[in-house]
Design a protein around this ligand. Structure first.
Ligand SMILES: Cc1cc2nc3c(=O)[nH]c(=O)nc-3n(C[C@H](O)[C@H](O)[C@H](O)COP(=O)(O)O)c2cc1C
Length: 205
């Protein structure tokens, strides 16, 4: 199957470090690999409402943010969460997108879990802190979400920066970006399923 990468941009500002780092990594993808970039701030999802245990589940229409994001997610073989580190985890825009996955698990005609199984989740994050291990909650969120859906997990590419453009000075991160998507992405496992897995495993800091 041809790879199709969906980059889900979760920063609350434009032209930030996370997108810059994600674009560095994406530049290394072979030309035959499709890339789609979606800025969550440009497709504002309404507050998530938990209707999982109500009777009516309808597929959102394609002309709504939820429908657009659902269709883009289903079409992707690889989903790249490109969210800055906000309070040690993903941004609220990104978290809301992930909350919608819970709704899509019950959306008729979608079979979200079976569709996502075997696909690959990746993370790219800029953070102001110098110590990459502080991003462990972010990595855990993505790793465990991938494990829940039977997805592969390629880890999180971290880059340091505070003001926009700062990440250009993190030459180690830019070097890691060159090979990030070429690495193996094993099936995700919860930490309790894997002996010796550390809370920070998967961090590329
Ligand atoms: C709401 C908010 C929360 C943040 N929380 C953290 C944090 O927990 N740890 C950290 O190192 N940096 C934190 N930062 C700094 C950003 O991660 C940093 O500025 C990053 O470069 C922003 O990425 P962007 O340029 O892609 O938007 C936070 C920034 C904001 C706006």
């Amino acid at each position: 199957m041809n790879r199709r990468f969906l980059f889900v941009l979760g920063s609350a500002r434009q032209d930030g470090n996370t997108e810059l780092l994600a674009r560095e990594a994406a530049a290394q993808l072979p030309t035959g690999v499709e890339q789609r970039w979606i800025r969550l701030a440009e497709h504002p999802l309404p507050d998530f409402v938990d209707l999982r245990h109500d009777e009516d589940h309808v597929r959102p229409s394609a002309d709504t943010p939820a429908g657009l994001l659902l269709d883009a997610t289903l079409a992707a073989t690889d989903i790249v969460i490109a969210s800055p580190l906000y309070w040690y985890s993903v941004s609220s825009l990104t978290k809301r997108y992930l909350d919608y996955w819970s709704a899509w698990l019950r959306t008729p005609g979608v079979d979200f879990k079976a569709t996502m199984a075997g696909r690959t989740l990746w993370g790219v994050a800029a953070l102001a802190a110098d110590e990459p291990s502080v991003a462990a909650p972010y990595v855990g969120t993505l790793n465990n979400s991938a494990a829940y859906l039977g997805m592969r997990f390629g880890g999180v590419l971290l880059g340091n920066g505070s003001a926009p453009g700062d990440v250009r000075k993190d030459t180690e991160a830019l070097a890691r970006a060159k090979t990030f998507f070429a690495q193996d992405a094993p099936l995700a496992r919860y930490p309790h399923e894997t002996d010796g897995i550390r809370a920070g495993a998967g961090v590329q800091g």
